[in-house]
Design a protein. Structure first.
Length: 256
């Protein structure tokens, strides 16, 4: 089994000093890659491998996850956040970050390893990624919560994965297999007071629900004035919430 994991790691690693040609993914057809990863996935019980991802570190991830390929094609992908935390750490020695939409924890790990953050509080609603996040959490002492952040907590949501690294939220009428929904204010004010003051950055990556997350934490944002890092993807925002980018800016201006 150790040999199988080693092969899987070689196929996925973005470490430039590995023994295999770094272009191996480009030389294998998509169909062949899929067959190899499915076969190795069946042979390895835990369904994950631990690989070195550049600008992140050693990370547990599932064989079908898109992160290594994205990092290979876009070397600067996800490097902005650890640069922000590195600069913030010059002014805040014990910097804490809230990572909403943490996925498997790769961004949180980069902020710890390369951005000098002291603690990252990870929030991930998708059970599939949450289980892998728990593995990475043990290695990096992450604080982890399995919930969906939203301004309306009276909705029933089911969260699933698309097998490529994204979580998909769907509103359901039935109550079975739904995800816990909380506001950002609720999350923040249940953190012990001594840790609250150390939170200076919120990272939001929630596939279009960014405005709902921000709107759910207006008390926290107004009182604590954290830096907010989020996506402005107009198509997704409108598709998921029916709102516009201007609506996000209006909320932030209201809390100036």
């Amino acid at each position: 089994m150790k040999i199988i994991k080693r092969i899987r790691s070689k196929l996925f690693t973005t470490d430039p000093i590995n023994n295999w040609d770094a272009n191996i993914l480009d030389h294998l057809s998509d169909l062949l890659k899929k067959c190899i990863f499915q076969l190795l996935g069946k042979l390895v019980k835990d369904k994950t491998l631990k690989v070195f991802i550049s600008n992140n570190g050693w990370v547990h991830l599932p064989p079908e996850h898109a992160l290594p390929k994205i990092k290979w094609e876009h070397p600067r992908y996800d490097t902005v956040l650890f640069k922000i935390t590195k600069n913030l750490s010059k002014y805040f020695n014990d910097l804490h970050v809230i990572d909403i939409g943490a996925n498997i924890g790769d961004t949180a790990i980069s902020m710890l390893n390369y951005g000098n953050a002291k603690k990252v509080i990870c929030i991930e609603p998708c059970n599939y990624f949450y289980k892998i996040l728990l593995k990475n959490g043990k290695d990096y002492n992450l604080e982890i919560s399995n919930c969906f952040i939203n301004d309306n907590i009276d909705i029933n949501l089911q969260i699933s994965d698309d097998s490529r690294g994204n979580a998909v939220a769907e509103e359901k009428s039935q109550l079975s297999n739904t995800t816990l929904v909380r506001t950002l204010d609720d999350v923040f004010y249940t953190i012990e007071p001594r840790k609250r003051k150390k939170i200076k950055l919120i990272k939001i990556d929630v596939e279009g629900y960014d405005i709902n997350v921000i709107n759910s934490g207006t008390k926290f944002i107004l009182n604590e004035r954290p830096i907010i890092f989020f996506e402005l993807y107009s198509f997704l925002i409108k598709k998921k919430t029916g709102k516009k980018i201007q609506d996000i800016l209006s909320i932030l201006k209201t809390n100036e």
